[in-house]
Design a protein around this ligand. Structure first.
Ligand code: UD1
Length: 337
């Protein structure tokens, strides 16, 4: 059954891929984005892939009056909320900007949803809530650890705000805790658009291979891991986008088992930084200049998901390989030249 879905931050990296998957699953998509960290051309990319141009509002989610106006005009059945700042390092220098943007937008949105009886809400959370987990792979039962950054706190507090709202209203919510999203749509018409010097590994790798960056710095090779470099769970953004569709449909069809649920969204497989470099070199045919430097402060040794709960409850599992993900990132990078 087709539903009208609002995607906030729908022109961002994960938002745009989710818009495509929603449309391809027969839903009607409405996008709000303030274009603070993306470009309007992403809308063209979504249209080229799907043949549908979603209704678009250039609105800042902190603008209470504008958000109210939006809901006065548009009837929606559910909301997937992506719009937020996401640069960990920047959040340390601009904590108030992060708390204001990420939390006030969430609060304003939840006020509108609860007042208007819109029940289905998906929140983009992060594996960062676990910090360095005591046990690997990480299940949803792992304790939430003190955050390493204001960004991390906005995800933890965001989850608490939603939990409290669900308890006090008819709202039903699912938080998806993403591991490390990478890759791009196979068409190379949408992908990640990092502004300035990328902080994340894969965009830095593809820019280095494209000659935009001189060499990759590998942050530490003295971790207690098989090759000494840190381990993460890299998930293809298209698989991640699909998890949003099944989570949303779970709420829309009342299959949720609790009013608030959270799921880890990863592949379940850990890869080290050196493994990522080697795999990238293999799929791209490029050799990647890199050097070992000190560890990056705040980085955990290893994080990868136990995805049993998402497999069982959502009927979802990551299907794409690391090779496919890195190849799609490379294709996307080349399309940006
Ligand atoms: C980071 C955030 C996390 C956020 C996620 C998604 C931190 C501490 N965590 O995860 O909260 O949800 O991005 O955007 O920033 N690396 C290098 N060289 C580089 C860049 C990265 O060696 O130039 C290494 C890192 O040390 C890490 C791995 O690559 O081991 C992945 O790094 P990154 O892509 O930044 O993601 P996370 O740090 O895992």
């Amino acid at each position: 059954m087709s539903h009208r879905i609002l995607i906030t931050g729908g022109l961002g990296y994960i938002g745009s891929h989710t818009a495509v998957e929603l449309i391809e699953n027969g839903h009607e998509v409405i996008i709000i984005d303030n274009l603070s960290n993306t470009r309007i051309e992403v809308l063209d990319g979504i249209e080229k892939i799907t043949g549908v141009r979603p209704v678009f509002y250039q609105t800042d989610m902190r603008d209470k009056a504008a958000v109210k106006n939006f809901f006065d005009k548009e009837k929606v059945d559910g909301v997937i909320h992506f719009s937020a700042f996401k640069a960990v390092g920047e959040s340390v220098h601009k904590p108030l900007a992060y708390y204001e943007n990420n939390l006030s937008a969430l609060i304003i949105l939840l006020q509108e949803l609860t007042q208007r009886g819109i029940h289905a809400f998906i929140f983009s959370s992060s594996c960062t809530v676990y910090g360095q987990a005591d046990e690997l792979p990480i299940t949803e039962k792992a304790p939430v650890k003190p955050a390493e950054s204001p960004y991390g706190y906005t995800k933890q507090v965001g989850e608490i705000i939603i939990k409290d709202t669900v308890r006090a209203s008819d709202l039903k919510a699912i938080a998806l805790r993403y591991f490390n999203p990478i890759g791009a749509h196979s068409s190379a018409l949408i992908g990640e658009l990092p502004l300035g010097v990328p902080q994340n590994l894969v965009p830095f790798i593809t820019q280095t291979a494209a000659g935009i960056r001189h060499e990759l710095s590998v942050f530490g090779n003295d971790y207690p891991t098989p090759d000494g470099t840190a381990i993460r769970d890299y998930i293809h953004v298209v698989d991640l986008a699909k998890a949003h569709i099944v989570a949303l449909e779970r709420l829309l069809t009342h299959k949720n088992k609790a009013s608030y649920e959270c799921f880890n969204i990863g592949t379940g497989m850990g890869s080290s930084v050196l493994e990522i470099i080697q795999t990238f070199e293999k799929v791209s045919g490029q050799s990647l200049p890199h050097k070992i430097v000190d560890r990056r402060p705040g980085d955990v040794v290893a994080a990868y998901a136990d995805t049993t709960l998402a497999n069982k409850e959502l009927g979802w599992k990551a299907e794409k390989t690391l090779e496919e993900a890195l190849y799609s990132s490379w294709k996307w990078q080349q399309s940006l030249r």
